[in-house]
Design a binder for this molecule. Structure first.
Ligand code: PMP
Length: 399
């Protein structure tokens, strides 16, 4: 019809496009290190044992009525403990406004909409580089974006001094998006000491820290340890916001279960903020999905299932850490003259390899290896079976 004459196809998503190309490749040798989803050592997706058990306990035992607008209060309470700490005074004092969200993406978007509505004219500072969807989220929420320095291409580590300069030079009271741990796509996190310095500078500048925590547990294998950045900001008295997701650390990707929280001055303010978050959610999707929230609650409220979960998170993180070592050693054994130290130094799901877009193109066209053109390797897709093949191909295109 003539209604949609002016509609042009949207540009392909840089991450999801990789999987499409991978699926279309008939080669038996093909390797997908593009997608940010965990695979076991056979390259297969995983349903965690704790989730299987929770599924069995839940099966047919619950009604399917709507959750409230803010989602499952039980799930939200258990989720806040993971971020703020089991004995957090902020939880006890009811100072946290929190709602269940459509995973981490939904938490970021709801926060961006909240920021737009209640701090009109404010901007958001986003690291370079970042998860590409951050740009889409704040763009669609109509919050202007600024960037801050993060990654240093030469050291393949953190550009700490440039980051601090940008934090210092931003107008007082600016909003900053921080990756709480396992930065995507670089795998580069500040050290504990650096977090302390960042927090102090944020204090001096009265900046607002919004933590996106999509990989809690995936960096070190221990969710409590991975929340260190957040705990440091809390100790320093910041009123932060947090996006949490169970996509990666519970393998609940498609269930879309997460949480947005905003730490407030007092309980009264938290009630007001929560009611406004719900008001934003109502015309978009009314209320969040039920099943994932039930799975999370079932796991986290049962000490046995929770400790099984913690064990399984560690297994996933350790497999990735092991693959980093093997990939680096394989490249060194092949006689590569380049330094691959960053492969083992970086943490979390991704390795920001330093491969150029042209080298990535060669990996794809000559070796059927698929990844985003920024050189991001999803370590979750690397296995005992393909690591040698991957190392050899990387060596060939970087000679
Ligand atoms: N933030 C970051 C940094 C991510 O990498 C991701 C997942 N790729 C998300 C948020 C959101 O993921 P989800 O919506 O599946 O929780």
């Amino acid at each position: 019809s003539s209604w949609w004459k002016s509609v042009e196809p949207a540009p392909k998503d840089p991450i999801l496009g990789v999987t499409e190309a991978f699926l279309a490749d008939p080669s038996p040798e093909k390797v997908n290190v593009g997608v940010g989803a965990y695979r076991d050592d056979n390259g297969k997706p995983v349903v965690l044992e704790c989730v299987r058990e929770a599924e069995q306990r839940l099966a047919g035992s619950t009604f399917m009525e709507y959750l409230p607008m803010g989602g499952s209060a039980k799930m939200v309470d258990l989720t806040l403990k993971l971020a703020y700490g089991d004995n957090s005074e902020f939880i006890k004092d009811k100072r946290i406004a929190a709602v269940q969200t459509l995973s981490g993406t939904g938490a970021c978007r709801l926060f961006a909409d909240f920021q737009k509505r209640f701090c009109p004219g404010s901007q958001i500072y986003i690291p370079v580089p970042t998860w590409s969807n951050h740009h889409n989220i704040w763009r669609d929420a109509q919050v202007p974006q600024k960037t801050y320095h993060y990654y240093h291409p030469e050291t393949k580590g953190l550009d700490f001094s440039a980051l601090m300069d940008d934090v210092k030079n931003a107008p007082e009271g600016s909003f900053f998006l921080l990756h709480a741990c396992a930065h995507n796509p670089t795998g580069v996190d500040p050290t504990e000491e650096q977090w302390r310095e960042i927090s102090q500078l944020f204090k001096a500048k009265s900046h607002f820290a919004f933590f996106d925590m999509a990989y809690q547990g995936f960096a070190s294998g221990d969710p409590a340890r991975d929340a260190k950045s957040i705990r440091i900001f809390l100790e320093d008295g910041h009123h932060i916001g947090i996006s949490q997701s169970y996509a990666k650390n519970m393998g609940l990707y498609g269930q879309r279960v997460g949480c947005l929280s905003v730490l407030c001055e007092d309980a009264k303010q938290a009630v007001a903020v929560k009611s406004q978050l719900q008001q934003l959610a109502r015309p978009m999707y009314s209320n969040p999905p039920l099943h994932g929230a039930q799975l999370v609650s079932t796991i986290l409220e049962d000490p046995e299932l929770k400790s099984l979960w913690l064990k399984e998170v560690k297994v996933m993180a350790d497999r990735i850490i092991g693959m980093r070592t093997t990939l680096r050693e394989s490249l060194e054994k092949l006689g590569s003259p380049l330094s691959w130290e960053h492969v083992t130094k970086q943490i979390g799901m991704f390795c920001y390899s330093g491969l150029t877009p042209e080298q990535v193109d060669r990996l794809t066209s000559e070796y059927h290896i698929y990844m985003t053109r920024n050189g991001r390797i999803s370590m979750a897709g690397v296995t005992t079976g393909n690591v040698g093949y991957l190392a050899n191909a990387i060596h060939e295109v970087t000679k």
